[in-house]
Every structure is written in C-alpha cells, then in structure tokens.
Design a protein around this ligand. Structure first.
Ligand SMILES: Cc1cc2nc3c(=O)[nH]c(=O)nc-3n(C[C@H](O)[C@H](O)[C@H](O)COP(=O)(O)OP(=O)(O)OC[C@H]3O[C@@H](n4cnc5c(N)ncnc54)[C@H](O)[C@@H]3O)c2cc1C
Length: 381
C-alpha cells in the first residue's frame, strides 16, 4: 500500500525512506533486547539527534531542522518500525509532549537551556501531569507550588510518567492557587536534583520505556523556571493535546500497517489442511477486513493532520482519529495474533509484544471515554 498520500509530498516521502532506513538499521535490531532489559539506552536520543530527528519541527536557530508538523508526522508513523512500543514511547514523550510546551511558551533563556540540549539529545525530557489521584480529571491535580524567596517550593507526586526515571528535566503541572483548577494551575520546568525521586513501574507492555512515579519533596524551583504565564497552565495542557493525540493516531496507523504486512507474510508461509493459511477463505476475508481497517484509520488520521497543519482547529477530527485508531489498532493486533495461532502467544513472535503494546492506546493521552465526552460536547449532544 503506497504511503504517498496527501498531505504528504515527495519531500516527505524522501524523509520517510531515510527515517525508515535509520530505524531498520539502528533501532529495530535491538528492540527485542531492550524490551527484555526493560530499558532502551539513553544513547538512542543522541543517535536520533545526530540524524536531526529530535528537532524536525523546531527552527534551525535552536538546532532544529526548520520543518513542520508534517515532517514530525512522518517520524511518528515510522517509529512503529522499531517494533518496540517502549522505545517509540520514550522518544515520543521527549519530542511530542515534553519539548513542545517549551518550544511554544518558553522564554528565550528556557529555550537555550532546555530546548537546544533536548534537540541535541543531551537532555531528556518528560511531561508530568498525571497523579495518583488525578488522571482524566486533569484540573483536580494536587501537586502544589508555593511562592518562596526567588522562586517556588514544589511538593506532590506524579505517576505513570514516561521517561520518569531517565529525564533530566520534567515539565510539571502544579497548583499555584489554593483552589487549583482551570485558573489555578501553572507549569514549571523541574531539573532532576535534590528532592526529586523516581521509581519505575512494571507494566503490561511498552517494556523498554521507564514509566515512573515521581515524588517532589520540597523541591526549590527558581522563578525563571515558571513556564508560560502564572495560573495559565491549563492552556498549556490544552495547547498540545491536539498534537499529542495526532501523534498517537499516526503511531497506531504505522503499527497497524506493519502488523498487517507481517501477518500476511505469516499466513502465506504457514500451511494447514494442505494449503497456506491465506488460502482459507475465513483467513483471507479477515485479512481483507484488516486492510480496510488500516486504510480507514490512515484516511481519518491524515485528514485530521491535513486540517491541523492548515491551521484549522480540528478538535472533532483529531478526537475522532484518536478514538478510532487506538481501539482499531488493539483489535487488529488481536486478530493478527489469532491468525498466528499458538505462535502468536509466544515471545518469539513480534505480534505478542505488538498486541500488549497496543493496549495502552485507548487509555493514554485521553482515554476513549474522554474522547467520547469531548465529541459529545463538540457535537452539542
Ligand atoms: C504507560 C503509560 C504512560 C503514560 N505516560 C504519561 C506521561 O508521560 N505523562 C502523564 O502526565 N501521564 C501519562 N500517563 C497517564 C495517562 O495519561 C492516564 O493514565 C490517562 O489519562 C487516564 O487517567 P487515569 O489512569 O488516572 O484513569 P482515570 O482518570 O482514573 O479513569 C479510569 C477509567 O474511568 C474512565 N473515566 C474517567 N472519567 C470518566 C468520565 N467522565 N466518563 C466516563 N468514563 C470516565 C476512564 O476513561 C478510565 O477508563 C501514562 C499512562 C500510562 C499507562
């Protein structure tokens, strides 16, 4: 299936080929080991930076490539080819959720101190919003920052934070009024240091990534690390949600494409009752349905992406793309696993990991239920 579909041009297609080559050479061969080790090396950030892949959408003045969200979109889709959801998630958290608020709302000094080394792969970032007591209900976070001489004193706990162990800086949401909520949350860039401790969590999939709980105990944050306007943090959260969800949709489309291709290959090679699995009508029809699902998800995602890049505010389309693709990806992985039979249940086969990795999609970045709530409001239901 050709990937040269609007809104992408020949230039993006060239980027796709070079990104794909890099991933197949430098990342994919190690995916299994990193998943087993429950960690991918920090050096991967440096390797990607050397290829210009950590700053595709950032201006050249900060060491970026001067591209735009379409270039980044190519990378999001291709990262699925690492075959390690955890590695894609760690890199994705750095480029899609941790650095964008700094790129968009950071002061010149903050960009020099955090964005530039992040693009070079020298400093790794995380975004910390979720807490033990507040996930979907973002406005109810309890982490608190209180004014002290020269800055803020931060206290509280975050959880399920991607790159939560390895991150050098943590873009953190905290209450800056007693009430908190929509007009009482601010963002801070918190350096790892005194008072910051992390513990890694065990999880179903994404094994190569360090999802962690982070405790902030009397952490002094200097005044100049307030990110964006005081008490306007909710706006920062909202500002990047559309891109984060598009990035997830693109990642799902990439993962679905690969799973489909590899499952077709398997179905052609494996024989049962005297012919290849793909020679059985039930399997052929299932593969045809799955190809339709990949195509549908790609069309809906690319349409939302095209609108986003054109400067529309495609809340409905992005929300639909996130909702459709995450569940569809998990269902496709399950169907592909079924076609693999017992082999699909074995560690040895990629589909076992792909199915586990895909389960996060309907939960992270705004769950399916929250997507439906947003759509309900957008559709005035
Ligand atoms: C592997 C992983 C990585 C993550 N990485 C990050 C990260 O880097 N940074 C970060 O800040 N967060 C991160 N998260 C957190 C993620 O965004 C949250 O888990 C997600 O937003 C859901 O929040 P919750 O887990 O608290 O579930 P809850 O909000 O407690 O929801 C529980 C269930 O109730 C449903 N529900 C909630 N409200 C409603 C409602 N109004 N109507 C109907 N149903 C509802 C939810 O959809 C869900 O099914 C990560 C999570 C995971 C698992």
């Amino acid at each position: 299936m050709s990937t040269l579909t609007p809104p992408f041009s020949d230039e993006h297609e060239e980027l796709r080929q070079s990104v794909r080559g890099f991933i197949e050479r430098e990342l994919a061969p190690y995916a299994e080991r990193w998943e087993e080790e429950r960690w991918f090396p920090d050096e991967v950030f440096g390797k990607m930076a050397a290829q210009g892949l950590l700053g595709l959408k950032y201006p050249e003045t900060y060491g970026g490539q001067g591209g735009d969200y379409l270039h980044e979109a190519v990378l999001c889709e291709e990262m699925a080819r690492t075959g390690s959801g955890g590695t894609a998630a760690g890199i994705g958290a750095h480029i899609n959720i941790a650095t964008p608020p700094i790129g968009k709302f950071g002061s010149e000094e903050q960009k020099q101190r955090y964005l530039v080394p992040a693009i070079r792969g020298e400093k790794i970032g995380a975004l910390a919003i979720t807490e033990p007591g507040a996930g979907s209900d973002v406005a109810s976070i309890a982490t608190r920052a209180e004014r002290v001489d020269g800055g803020w004193m931060l206290g509280g706990e975050k959880t399920y934070i991607t790159n939560g162990v390895r991150a050098h800086f943590i873009v953190t949401a905290a209450k800056t009024t007693r009430e908190g909520g929509h007009h009482g949350i601010s963002f801070f860039i918190v350096d790892r240091g005194e008072g910051v401790s992390s513990s890694k969590l065990e999880k179903l999939g994404w094994h190569a990534s360090d999802t962690a709980t982070i405790a902030f105990q009397d952490v002094f944050v200097p005044e100049e690390n307030l990110l964006g306007a005081l008490n306007e943090g909710f706006k920062l959260i909202m500002a990047n949600f559309q891109w984060e969800r598009l990035a997830m949709a693109l990642g799902a489309v990439g993962a679905m494409q690969i799973a489909w291709e590899r499952t077709v290959e398997f179905a052609r090679q494996r024989t049962a009752f005297g012919r290849p699995l793909s020679g059985h009508q039930a399997i052929r029809h299932k593969l045809a349905d799955l190809a339709t699902s990949v195509y549908t998800c790609r069309c809906v995602t690319y349409d939302a992406l095209r609108r986003f890049v054109a400067g529309e505010e495609p809340l409905k389309e992005v929300t639909m793309a996130k909702l459709l693709t995450q569940r569809a990806a998990f269902e496709l992985m399950d169907d592909c696993l079924q076609i693999h039979g017992g082999a699909g249940y074995m560690r040895e086969y990629f589909i076992e990991r792909a199915a586990r990795d895909a389960r996060l999609g309907p939960i992270g970045g705004g769950s399916d239920e929250i997507m439906r709530e947003i759509l309900g409001r957008a559709l005035a239901l």
